[in-house]
Design a protein around this ligand. Sequence first.
Ligand SMILES: [Zn+2]
Length: 154
Amino acid sequence: MAKRKKTKTKRKLAHPKLPMQGQLNLRDEGTHFNLRLIFDDLNQRYFRGRLRGYKVMWGRRRKHRPREYFIFGTIQEEDRVIRINPALDQAFVPPWFLRYVVYHEMLHSVVPEEALPEGRRRVHTEEFNRREREYPSYRRARRWEEENLSRFLR
Ligand SMILES: [Zn+2]
């Protein structure tokens, strides 16, 4: 009995009952989607399992929707962290759209960026764009993005 109680406490500590914000922070399992499952599947399907040691997590939840532009995801190569905007963890977001967003970030890890004058860099190179277009749901995803972007902005 005592042991049981201890286990329960431990679990509580691992998953504290906090407001949504705290619960979803830096975790791969959202309410509607599990990023780890998506990442692993894409990694096998399109990258031959080449992406190793990556963390994929929901980013920080914002109080307000942004006004101007919406960042679907980011990748931090040095730490091998892919962050996906938690606003995508909603029922109206099609799974194939979220998968495309994760795919886009993963593609950054295998397509090198190009150096531009004055120390600037281009990450969406021709090679990147070409490979992105090869993604089966690419057109559908871009169309959905255009048609639904306003739902993510103020
Ligand atoms: Zn990008």
